[in-house]
Design a protein around this ligand. Structure first.
Ligand code: GUN
Ligand code: ZN
Length: 435
């Protein structure tokens, strides 16, 4: 049996396009009006201009835009309900809104329903892979993995570790969380498209004993990821310096416990210095840049060029609920504005590469996600180029390819989405489409 063939304008990247905004920037693969072929196991076979024969199930979306499904490298499972909470910066935001909301996840029924809602929401924004923070409750990680497995999604997550400076019912003692983590690793790590991430909330909510335990877990199991927050907010930085007076920097709190490696995903990374950048670059650890959250919580302007020039991999993240949208187009548009405030221009190519192949590469998953390379799983998102009268006028006025894609990236969101496929299976359809 042949597989599925989708006709659309295909856009992906063969390599990092650098900071060029030229229509023919290196790495850009734009194939206008092509068919993408997907085999019966959900893997990409290739692309061609001619229509495939009738043994293929053909979906004709001529005039729409097909991209790899987006990869959100930092997003919080329990925080849909705290999006758009008024009036605070990070530390007050956690205490006022976020910790109270996370307490509800003690109930496994809340976890199961919440995980399904959350993953369906990602798919409805064209996001097919994510690195996710659940809560301290082992049941929340269990529910997320089970829901991701049902949907065939690539999800990286782990029980959130906190053992101080949070409400008592959101802290778990070191030996208990070590047992919970071991059980979750045994159940989920490496199963189908799932991987476990040792998930340290952030330095202030962990004792040295808990950080040491996190390091032990990473040493004990192959292929684990590590996720945490670092250097997001100035008041947070001052607090970390007080709590860990012998650490050279905030990042060093993690580094000296062996938590920084090629599979480490550090959200924010705004207030890092040159020595921190060297540590991250040497380890190939990535900064998950979360521009929407950084603007909303007034955290600061992430210096993307400085990180990249130092060799630090940068990925893009919604950081919902600090961020205000699950849309990766909204995230990219905010990233453009954060760079513009620093007199740097972020090309659409760089932003889109970072939200697809760049993130896949930083996660060590380039063979599976992030592009239309033959052999990758067909995680795909199909978009209208323009939605509504303003975007339609702007799209029609575009004189070149980069201009058109940049306007799309800046104006589009989930309302442009027609359909999402995961490993070749349709997992979300806009109401009016028949994909
Ligand atoms: N630092 C520690 N926890 C959080 C969180 O939930 N969101 C953000 N943005 N920063 C954090
Ligand atoms: Zn976060």
């Amino acid at each position: 049996m042949s597989g599925l063939a989708i006709r659309a304008d295909l856009l992906d990247f063969g390599a990092d396009p650098g900071w060029s905004a030229a229509d023919d920037a290196p790495g850009v693969r734009f194939r206008a009006d092509h068919w993408l072929l997907i085999d019966a196991r959900g893997r990409i076979v290739g692309a061609q201009r001619e229509a495939p024969d009738a043994s293929w199930t053909r979906h004709d979306h001529q005039g729409a835009l097909l991209t790899p499904g987006f990869i959100d490298t930092h997003v919080h499972l329990p925080q849909l309900e705290v999006i758009a909470s008024y009036g605070t910066e990070l530390l007050d935001w956690l205490n006022t809104y976020t910790f109270p909301a996370e307490r509800r996840w003690v109930d496994p029924a809340v976890c199961a329903a919440g995980a399904a809602t959350f993953l369906d929401a990602l798919l409805a924004h064209g996001t097919t892979s994510a690195v996710v923070f659940p809560t301290v409750h082992a049941a929340s990680a269990d529910a997320l993995f089970a829901a991701a497995q049902q949907r065939g999604m690539r999800v990286i997550a782990g029980q959130c570790l906190m053992d101080r400076h949070a409400p008592a019912d959101l802290t778990v003692a070191v030996d208990q969380s070590e047992r919970d983590s071991e059980a979750l690793i045994a159940r989920w790590h490496g199963r189908e498209r799932l991987a476990y991430a040792v998930t340290v909330r952030f330095a202030p909510t962990s004792t040295d004993a808990q950080l040491a335990m996190a390091g032990r877990l990473l040493g004990r199991h192959d292929g684990l990821y590590m996720q945490t927050h670092v250097a997001e907010n100035r008041a947070e930085l001052d607090w970390v310096a007080q709590l860990f007076p012998s650490a050279r920097s905030y990042l060093d709190v993690y580094a000296r416990h062996g938590l920084i490696g090629a599979r480490s995903v550090l959200a924010h990374g705004i207030w890092l210095d040159a020595a921190d950048r060297r540590v991250l670059a040497d380890a190939r650890a990535q900064v998950a840049h979360s521009p929407s959250s950084n603007l909303f919580l007034g955290s600061g302007l992430m210096p993307w060029r400085a990180h990249e020039d130092a060799g630090v991999p940068v990925s893009l993240a919604s950081d919902v609920g600090g961020g205000t949208s699950l849309s990766m187009q909204r995230t990219m548009a905010d990233a453009y504005k954060v760079q513009a405030m620093q007199h740097v221009k972020l090309p659409a190519w760089k932003a889109l590469y970072t939200a697809t192949r760049g993130a896949a590469r930083a996660l060590g998953l380039e063979h599976e996600i992030g592009s239309f390379d033959a052999g990758c799983l067909a995680d795909l998102a199909l978009w209208r180029w323009a939605e509504g009268p303003v975007a339609t006028v702007r799209d029609a006025a575009a004189r070149g390819l980069h201009e058109r894609v940049f306007a799309w990236m800046t104006l589009a969101d989930q309302r442009n989405l027609e359909a999402t496929w995961v490993a070749g299976r349709a997992r979300h359809r806009a109401k009016e489409t028949t994909t």
